[in-house]
Write a protein that binds this ligand. Structure first.
Ligand code: AMP
Ligand code: MG
Length: 291
């Protein structure tokens, strides 16, 4: 289905969200607070009972006993993030990439007092070894405990550390494929003043994982629409993975993210995620290019 102004959603987006919500409720109780991207109301309006039916069948591959009512309850829209502690879920980040054969990610974060304290990011089409297609990676980070990645097939965690960039060296810049999401061309042109740019265009917040493990020096994002405010589930898990690997994450104005302000990162614009020595220089370069 095509969501008004918010891109496509598929049976996989709905089924993934329902699977995750069911698992979280089983683990933490039925009143666990979850702020997630998809909603039952929107899915019913745009896709009707047929879409929900397909989602129920897909969920049963993971939770065989799930009823229609369980799936509907798991997709029921959540209020804005008012609880001091809640989970935020992007069941399928980068849906356009998923449909195109590009990268996508499943992102789950636990937020406490406006900050992510646990982040899990699965990128089922990413290679463990390099920025290319592969058999899938899962990255996990906890506040103060570091970031770890493993192949999706078997849990063998290895620590993630971001790169150490030095002035004059090439700048490997991860950015969006989709021009409607981020002005990657103009961002790369602007970063060119710091050194030769190597653009890495990739869908989804897998970009944060690529910075965290040192395959890119930064992830930079600026919406072509200046009014756009980023959704919390597009960043909470990925940003924690990058931070725990040693990166700095702010908006383009150097402001840290506050996840306690609702479904969006209010008062913030875009993203600059970079290894420590590069972050400040990127902010300067972006500020001078914006006048
Ligand atoms: P990416 O794969 O990095 O291009 O980002 C995918 C995310 O972009 C989706 O999860 C959307 O929430 C988000 N998005 C959708 N529209 C916009 C927009 N106009 N500006 C910035 N991000 C957007
Ligand atoms: Mg998303």
């Amino acid at each position: 289905m095509e969501k008004a102004g918010a891109g496509p959603a598929t049976v996989a987006d709905l089924a993934s969200q329902a699977c995750i919500a069911i698992a979280l409720r089983r683990a933490f109780g039925s009143d666990v607070a979850i702020v997630a991207e998809e909603s039952l109301q929107e899915a019913e309006q745009l896709g009707g009972a047929v879409l929900i039916d397909h989602a129920v069948r897909a969920v049963r591959a993971v939770h065989p006993g799930a009823s229609d009512a369980d799936v509907r309850a798991a997709l029921t829209a959540q209020p804005a993030a008012e609880a001091a502690e809640f989970w935020t879920v992007d069941p399928l980040d980068g849906t356009k990439g998923y449909l195109r054969g590009g990268q996508f990610a499943v992102a789950i974060a636990r937020v406490r007092d406006g900050r992510p304290v646990l982040g899990v990011l699965a990128a089922p089409r990413l290679s463990l070894m390099a920025v290319e297609r592969g058999d899938g990676v899962v990255a996990v980070a906890a506040d103060g405990a570091g970031a770890w990645q493993s192949s999706l097939a078997s849990w063998e965690p290895r620590p993630m550390r971001c790169s150490s960039w030095s002035p004059g060296a090439p700048v490997r810049v991860a950015g969006s494929v989709e021009r409607a999401h981020s002005a990657s061309d103009s961002l790369e042109a602007c970063i060119g003043r710091l050194g030769p740019v190597r653009g890495i265009r990739m869908d989804s917040q897998a970009k944060y994982a690529v910075v965290a493990r040192g395959d890119a020096d930064c992830y930079v994002r600026r919406s072509p629409n200046a009014e756009y405010r980023e959704c919390i589930w597009d960043h909470a898990a990925g940003a924690l993975v990058a931070e725990e690997a040693g990166a700095r994450v702010t908006d383009v104005g150097g402001r840290t993210f506050d996840y306690s302000l609702g479904r969006r990162l209010e008062g913030r614009s875009g993203v600059v995620c970079a290894t420590a020595g590069l972050h400040g220089r990127l902010l300067e370069a972006l500020a001078s290019s914006m006048g």
